[in-house]
Design a protein around this ligand. Structure first.
Ligand SMILES: Nc1ncnc2c1ncn2[C@@H]1O[C@H](COP(=O)(O)OP(=O)(O)OP(=O)(O)O)[C@@H](O)[C@H]1O
Length: 514
């Protein structure tokens, strides 16, 4: 199926989010949409999926104009979308999830699960998805949940699949598997529209690349172009993809995690006897496959999880004794991993979100009165410095693009007077230009003498930012290593192999290769 978006325009108040966008997706190709945060990619896809109506322009399928008044029309026309936040119900099985929302009704109007189960098996075998129709969604790893979403779209005969930042939450191995699945889908005639900020992935699979900047198509790029060339096509300037930093100058500030244990409600050890030190002037990166206790460790530092054992000490003070609000007010900068759940209040304005934990503090409040002029000036300054693309700081934060929401939260946390900075997945969903900026801001906090803890599943980010790396596996620290540790060794440690054994195994493999 050939798909054409012609002259698509979408306006939100004074903002032109899509400005006469033309894109042609040829049958059986992977078409990447590249663009900085807020460029208008998701808006365009929401129009294609029938979620928004365009103000101008047309959608053509095989040269015939179509009109979608909702996603149902788009699905019927052969368009499928896998959203960034999966829309699956955790307590359903795979087959139930696939059956849900479309028509295979059996006797007495119940869902035809036998048919859904058969569909899951057929598609799973055809594309090598390895998905059990009777598995419960909540028991599946994120990568498998995503494959269920893809099966769901394919079961409705999607000929064009929209993947919106599909690898943001995947492990490197799951990412490689998804890229392979995309190639297979293409080989069998499905077209894919891929939105991603990860240039390596674009280069690995895309046949065509359209670059969007500030709502307009600014050109196409070749998948053969280098990452640096693609990066500058996206943001319209040279981008430095390496993190620049001098040798660390350690200060007397000290953050100590000692024998920290965090347990789940049923007593399972999520963080298991972790001991780590971070000096002022130093970045400790915590590496590991998602789900190995990193999240719970940061939540314990924030105070949203109780310590089952151990202690947290910041400059001699027992942090573990303070309430969350007191930790935040007294100098903890904290960026959570899931920005939309834990980092902001969607119905509040951008300005309100930018002072979320400080609204009653000097200089934003005097006594019981808030000081709107001071707040506005502060937020305007942050907006400019962090390049948060907004129409007005008094709009709801939910109207911002995903990347701009992340920048607003980072602005709030990094601009505080800090004693300790803890950042999880700092650049998830950010474009390359913003990544460069956020990395340099994290490094400048370190250079100010603040202890910094970064949790990231992106190995490039870990290696670029870290002065030392702690690798976590099953809640424990497998080892603390310098950033020049070979990636193969880090990879093995992330699978739980201790440092000396990982080094020996890598050395053996190299020897055999000779
Ligand atoms: N419902 C809405 N109301 C008002 N403005 C909106 C709405 N949806 C999107 N926008 C604005 O439209 C612009 C484009 O946003 P969009 O989400 O399409 O960007 P994007 O290219 O997907 O960015 P990102 O890479 O950050 O996800 C942004 O400035 C955003 O604030």
């Amino acid at each position: 199926m050939k798909l054409e978006l012609s002259g698509i325009t979408k306006v939100f108040g004074p903002l032109v989010a899509n400005d006469h966008i033309d894109v042609v997706v040829e049958p059986g190709t992977i078409h990447a949409l590249l663009g900085e945060n807020g460029a208008g990619k998701s808006t365009l896809m929401n129009i294609l999926y029938g979620l928004y109506q365009p103000d101008e322009g047309q959608i053509l399928i095989d040269d015939k104009q179509v009109k979608f008044s909702g996603p149902g029309d788009a699905v019927a026309a052969g368009i499928g979308m896998v959203h960034q936040h999966f829309m699956l119900v955790p307590v359903f099985t795979v087959a139930e999830s696939v059956a849900l929302g479309y028509e295979p009704t059996g006797k007495a109007g119940s869902l035809d699960l036998a048919k859904a189960r058969e569909t899951v098996k057929r598609l799973s075998d055809r594309f090598g998805f390895d998905i059990d129709p009777d598995a419960y969604i909540e028991d599946l790893p994120v990568g498998a949940q995503q494959r269920v979403e893809i099966i769901k779209a394919l079961s409705r005969d999607a000929s064009v699949l929209i993947l919106d930042e599909p690898t943001a939450v995947l492990t490197p191995q799951e990412t490689d598997e998804l890229l392979e699945i995309m190639r297979q889908l293409r080989a069998q005639g499905t077209s894919i529209i891929l939105i991603t900020h990860k240039l390596r992935e674009v280069k690995a699979v895309a046949d065509q690349i359209t670059v969007i900047r500030r709502g307009k198509v600014v050109g196409t790029a070749s998948p053969q172009a280098s990452e640096t060339e693609l990066a500058s096509a996206m943001v319209g300037r040279e981008v430095d993809l390496t993190v620049r930093k001098d040798a660390p100058k350690l200060t007397d500030n000290l953050f100590q995690i000692k024998n920290l244990t965090v347990t789940s409600d049923n007593g399972q050890r999520l963080v298991d006897d972790v001991t780590l030190d971070v000096h002022g002037g130093e970045v400790l990166c915590i590496a590991g496959v998602q789900g190995n206790g990193q999240t719970e460790l940061t939540e314990a530092i924030l105070g949203s999880r109780q310590l089952a054992a151990g202690s947290l000490t910041l400059n001699g003070r027992d942090l573990g004794k303070l309430k969350i609000k007191d930790r935040l007010v007294s100098g903890l900068g904290f960026v959570p991993e899931d920005r939309s759940h834990d980092g902001m209040i969607a119905t509040f304005t951008i300005a309100e979100n930018m002072i979320l934990d400080q609204y009653d503090q000097e200089p934003f409040a005097k006594g019981i009165n808030m000081r709107p002029a001071v707040i506005n000036e502060h937020c305007e300054k942050l907006r400019e410095e962090f390049d948060v693309r907004v129409t007005s700081i008094h709009d709801r934060i939910s109207t911002l693009s995903g990347g701009n929401q992340q920048k607003a939260i980072l602005a709030r946390e990094i601009s505080k007077k800090l004693e300790l900075l803890v950042v999880s997945q700092p650049t998830r969903g950010l474009d390359v230009g913003s990544i460069e900026f956020v990395h340099s801001r994290i490094i400048s906090e370190r250079d100010e003498g603040i202890p910094v803890v970064v949790v990231s599943t992106e190995l490039d980010e870990v290696v670029g930012l870290a002065d030392k790396i702690a690798v976590m596996y099953h809640g424990r620290v497998v080892g603390v290593v310098p950033p020049n540790t070979p990636r193969d060794v880090l990879g093995l440690m992330m699978a739980g192999v201790p440092l000396d054994q990982a080094q020996a195994r890598v050395a053996n493999t190299q020897e055999e290769a000779k």
